[in-house]
Design a protein around this ligand. Structure first.
Ligand code: NDP
Ligand code: MG
Length: 382
């Protein structure tokens, strides 16, 4: 029986993960859940699954949270430190990193230090500190299994051959809600428009990232570190149906892909059951329905964020931390109406250009760059 801690259990990844665990009660059980602000939902999750621990990471909510809505089998904890405590508990086997943004780093880091299996959705941690994260996992014997659908597809397709025989990988992208739009038309994009994704239901930050294609940029960087690739071995193709989740091309020209309807429950389940596969609750392909699978080249001019991803993947060092933090801060400003849609990528470009690059930073240096980039974005002017 696998005991699982889900970090960010109130989010889009977190709730899908609980659905998967609920459907596989004979082989896994939920032992820990964490929320930042949505404590009432956390209470309901505690009542349904009776995990041993529940953490509200925003400690200022301590006097607001009503203990009585939580299961009496659940120990209720507060503060970000408590996330680290829970992931290190000896009875936790698997940690799902489902917190959004750099806030997810600490829990993921602690789980890797403790040598756990980590099902990683939180790509920002890999963008910020990919080499350090991979090194740490290597040292402690922790296993990192990707949850991001493209990376799960690559992980699965890679099993078809030897690592040294991989020629390149191709990440698919839905193209987001503004596929085919000109740069000028994108001037008038509002938060409401950016939050309506055509194929995926996700939290607000990654939904905006998908609209700017910064999400794909972050995924290029994520793939580089996760799979130990050179940046010129990574390509992106737009595939609006989101059925082919990515593919690997081997040196002989064979291309191996993973296909399924767009639903995060499948990559989540695979990360939890790997190397086994089990019947699940994810929807299946219906091959009796006629369908077209369309592929086209991405538009780097209309979506300049994508180019930033390739540039940062090539450069490494402190540039991932700067791009990631600049983007997180810019998306927040966009969602609160203080920055225009196209200025997200422009501001990230300027902050990247302004930063003092270091090729082999420590974690402290990366976190310092993260703070610096967030401040720069606050002062950025179009
Ligand atoms: P959501 O916004 O839906 O959920 C985020 C979760 O993180 C919530 O549980 C939230 O708690 C918690 N959280 C937010 N801020 C903090 C903080 N400062 N400290 C601790 N916890 C915090 O995001 P998603 O589920 O969409 O995305 C989660 C991660 O997974 C992201 O890194 C995203 O890139 C990645 N991902 C998501 C996919 C998806 O389909 N959604 C697909 C692939 C990757 P609360 O709500 O209680 O405040
Ligand atoms: Mg993805």
């Amino acid at each position: 029986m696998n005991q699982i801690a889900v970090l960010g259990s109130t989010g889009s990844i977190g709730t899908s993960c609980l659905d998967v665990i609920g459907s596989c009660r004979d082989r896994m059980s939920l032992a820990g859940i964490t929320a930042h602000s949505r404590w009432e939902m956390l209470g309901r999750q505690s009542e349904t699954y009776h995990p041993r621990w529940a953490v509200v990471s925003d400690a200022s909510l301590r006097s607001t949270v009503r203990r009585e809505i939580f299961s009496r089998h659940t120990e209720l904890l507060f503060g970000a430190d408590s996330i680290e405590r829970v992931v290190c508990e000896p009875e936790i086997d698997v940690v799902v990193a489902g917190i959004v943004g750099v806030a997810g780093l600490r829990g993921t880091w602690a789980a890797l230090e403790a040598g756990k299996r980590v099902a990683i959705a939180n790509k920002e941690t890999l963008v910020l500190a990919g080499p350090l994260v991979m090194d740490l996992a290597g040292k402690t014997g922790a296993t990192l299994i990707p949850v991001d659908s493209e990376h799960s597809a690559i992980f699965q397709a890679m099993l078809a051959g030897r690592r040294q025989d991989v020629r390149r990988i191709v990440l698919t992208s839905s193209g987001g809600p503004f596929r085919g739009w000109s740069a000028e038309r994108l001037n008038d994009v509002t938060p409401e428009m950016a939050l309506a994704h055509p194929t995926w239901e996700m939290g607000p930050k990654i939904t905006v990232d998908s609209a700017t294609m910064m999400n794909k940029a972050l995924e290029v960087i994520e793939a580089k570190w996760l799979f130990g690739l050179q940046s010129d071995q990574i390509e992106v193709v737009v595939h609006p149906q989101s059925i082919v989740h990515s593919f690997v091309e081997f040196v002989d020209g064979s291309v191996i892909a993973q296909l399924s309807p767009p639903d995060m429950k499948l990559p989540i389940q695979y990360a939890l059951t790997y190397p086994e596969r089990t019947e699940g609750i994810s929807p299946r392909m219906d091959w009796k329905q006629a369908m077209d699978l369309h592929f086209e080249a991405p538009d780097f001019d209309a979506f300049p964020a994508l180019g930033l991803g390739f540039e940062v993947a090539e450069r490494g060092g402190t540039s991932g931390a700067v791009l990631n933090a600049a983007n997180e801060a810019a998306v927040d400003l966009f969602l609160s109406g203080k920055l225009r849609f196209r200025d997200i990528a422009r501001a990230c470009r300027d902050v990247l250009n302004a930063h003092h690059f270091a090729p082999t930073p420590t974690l402290d240096e990366l976190l310092q760059k993260d703070r610096w980039a967030r401040e720069e974005i606050q002062q950025w002017k179009p």
